[in-house]
Design a protein around this ligand. Structure first.
Ligand SMILES: NC(=O)c1ccc[n+]([C@@H]2O[C@H](COP(=O)([O-])OP(=O)(O)OC[C@H]3O[C@@H](n4cnc5c(N)ncnc54)[C@H](O)[C@@H]3O)[C@@H](O)[C@H]2O)c1
Ligand SMILES: [Zn+2]
Length: 353
């Protein structure tokens, strides 16, 4: 349980990962090491991370403001400028130390600066550990449209150190849990079943659950780096989830990515049910477990209309058709499914009931 091979790079865990990180830095002999942080990863994680870092290269720390609102091209411009001012060159490396905002934005900054420099992801949130830091997708939001600009570029290494989660608030832990549940739903019913009775789980299980979640994400993305097939499975819960996330970000109070995805998973499970892809028993199990953890988001009729409008901007659309990755039984997926608005509205109706 130390290492997962992700093709051009590896995901390493805990102390062993630190050794591998230092080994990579020595082997690559980078001209400068830039550590990208945000307000809270800087405050909570930098002091834990820096003493473990062994390098003779010069280190510069860059801090951006925390929060999804800052995952913008304007923030990239300021980071690119800092890199240039501090003499970054093509032999420099960026270590992204933070949640998904830092790993997404830092990966994009690195993959475009001087046409691409190396970057390393050290995720500090549960969500970034099991999802955002793995698989090479990076990018920023464009206005209220999520992740509209970005690249698919692999990091040179990912280091998952669960000690960094000690300071993560409970709601952020829960947000990461949503993606772990997704991994079970789309790929492995045994993994999903582990969450059915959360009273049997404790913190000592967390390392193993994270490891298994990364394995699932990795096995999917390494089969389909550019998202032409199986990788679309990871979009389960995200077609509606992203639209709900955008809605709350701009019309209400921002909610966490995992909270939006949790609602999206219930709604898209209902679409799966309507299309005869899962049984009513499976649907009710999914709805009950996820609602038990996440509650119900207030989604008025007006909100539902806005969500349906936002779907038109989804990157997963092809030739104007909205595509869903739906469940085909728990643990399997059926990609490239369409659903008309009537089915979407009936999913909302059941979600609100
Ligand atoms: N690239 C991908 O494949 C992929 C996949 C999933 C999600 N994402 C993206 O990831 C982002 C969400 O990631 P997130 O949930 O990590 O959000 P985030 O990066 O905003 O982090 C959540 C909050 O936790 C704080 N934080 C980070 N580490 C902490 C720590 N150890 N202790 C205390 N506070 C800490 C952050 O400062 C922030 O305020 C979204 O932008 C989403 O689009 C990308
Ligand atoms: Zn997600």
């Amino acid at each position: 349980m130390h290492e997962i091979n992700a093709g051009s790079y590896s995901v390493f865990f805990n102390e062993h990962g630190t050794t591998e990180l230092n080994r990579l830095l020595a082997a690559k002999n980078y001209s400068k090491v830039f550590i990208l942080t945000d307000t809270l990863s800087n405050e909570c994680c930098l002091d834990k991370f820096l003493p473990t870092l062994e390098t003779i290269s010069e280190i510069e720390v860059i801090e951006i403001e925390n929060g999804e609102y800052n995952k913008t091209i304007e923030t990239c411009v300021s980071v690119w400028s800092i890199l240039a001012d501090f003499g970054a060159d093509r032999k420099s490396v960026i270590i992204n130390l933070g949640g998904g905002v830092v790993t997404d934005l830092g990966g994009f900054v690195a993959s475009t600066f001087m046409r691409g420099i190396d970057f390393i992801n050290i995720p500090t949130t549960l969500l970034a550990m099991v999802d955002a830091s793995i698989g090479g997708k990076n990018g920023v939001d464009l206005g209220h449209l999520k992740n509209q600009v970005g690249t698919i570029t692999n990091p040179s290494l990912v280091l998952i150190n669960t000690v960094l989660l000690e300071t993560l608030p409970a709601d952020q832990m829960r947000s990461g849990l949503a993606e772990m549940l997704k991994h079970g739903l789309i790929y492995n019913v045994d993994y999903w079943n582990k969450f059915l009775d959360l009273t049997t789980l404790d913190l000592s299980d967390l390392d193993m659950l994270i490891y298994e979640s990364v394995l699932i994400k990795n096995v999917i993305v390494t089969q389909d780096h550019t998202e032409n097939g199986i990788r679309k499975a990871l979009n389960f819960g995200h077609t509606l989830g992203h639209a709900i996330e955008s809605l709350f970000l701009h019309s209400h109070k921002a909610i966490l990515h995992g909270e939006a995805v949790a609602a999206g998973m219930i709604l898209e499970s209902h679409l799966s049910l309507s299309k005869g892809l899962i049984s009513n028993v499976e649907y009710l199990q999914i709805k009950q477990l996820i609602k038990g953890l996440f509650g119900t988001l207030p989604l008025s009729g007006e909100d539902q209309d806005k969500v349906v409008q936002l779907l038109a901007h989804d990157k997963k659309n092809e030739y104007g058709n909205i595509r869903f990755a739906l469940l085909r039984g728990i643990g399997n997926i059926q990609i490239d499914e369409t659903a008309d608005n009537e089915l979407i509205y009936s999913a909302f109706e059941d979600y609100n009931s």
